[in-house]
Write a protein of this length. Structure first.
Ligand code: FPP
Length: 249
């Protein structure tokens, strides 16, 4: 930790505790570029990205933000070189195995969202174990989007509801936002108030399409492995300076 980060162990005094986001979502972009800039293989960027994510999770806990969601692997990421995909799958598994005890100690509740059926079975087992063991934890809700796509999530919800209609347990008139949300992977988790994307790209890339309807978007040019508490503080300051109207005046 840098000296500046140590100072930031508590909520900075220029932030209003009563107006913090309840849920922060992050698109962790720029790992590959971070590595390239240093003449390292891309996978080193992902490796360092894990450290940045760990510290952000701790920071949310330290500063009183109850939910964090990270986009770890999109449905489109399968198109990357095979070695990189394999490295990422192994990395997820290794990190989960390594961090489970600490997550228990820190009262973290983890949930994976996405089509998990396509993941390697050893990773699926680790996911299942971490979700089960942390299920009763009452601290920060940590959601990891893996083989996740927002359109795919919406379609699977539509299919599930269509089945209920076909079986006669739901009438088409009863389909409202609340019923729809019960069929999303994020059921029970509040919508993100703030989306942070690193590396300067101005896109949401199929992430939480339904849930992001009123999220404030903050984009920084910082590459993900360099995203730290100083940057997060900056994002929260800008968030608190915004006027959230939710479509009203
Ligand atoms: C995007 O950067 C990053 C990813 C696709 C992977 C992110 C995953 C982690 C940081 C690991 C998280 C681990 C757990 C267990 C949740 P990029 O490769 O697209 O970077 P580039 O745009 O510079 O090429």
């Amino acid at each position: 930790m840098t000296a500046k980060q140590i100072v930031l162990q508590e909520l900075p005094s220029d932030l209003d505790k009563s107006r913090l986001p309840e849920h922060v979502a992050v698109i962790m972009d720029g790992n590959g570029r971070w590595a390239k800039q240093r003449g390292l293989p891309r996978i080193m960027g992902h490796q360092r990205g894990v450290d940045a994510l760990k510290d952000l999770l701790r920071c949310c806990r330290d500063w009183g933000i109850p939910a964090l969601t990270a986009y770890a692997f999109s449905t489109e990421n399968w198109g990357r070189p095979l070695e990189e995909v394999e490295f990422l799958m192994t990395l997820f598994e290794r990190v989960l195995r390594r961090e489970l005890r600490e997550m228990m100690e820190e009262n973290v509740k983890i949930r994976f969202i996405g089509d998990l059926s396509a993941l390697p079975s050893s990773l699926r087992e680790e996911i299942e174990r971490s979700q089960q063991e942390t299920a009763k934890n009452t601290g920060i809700q940590f959601t990891v989007a893996t083989n996740y796509g927002g359109r795919q999530e919406i379609l699977q919800a539509c299919r599930a509801i269509a089945r209920h209609v076909q079986e006669g347990t739901v009438s088409p008139e009863a389909i409202d936002e609340s019923l729809f949300e019960q069929h999303l992977y994020t059921e029970g988790i509040p919508h993100p108030d703030l989306l942070i994307r690193t590396s300067g790209e101005l896109r949401i890339s199929n992430f939480l399409l339904w849930q992001m309807a009123y999220a404030e978007i903050y984009v920084t040019r910082t590459l993900w492995p360099d995203f730290d508490r100083v940057q997060f503080h900056q994002a929260l300051k800008e968030y608190q300076d915004r006027d959230r109207r939710f479509g009203k005046v």
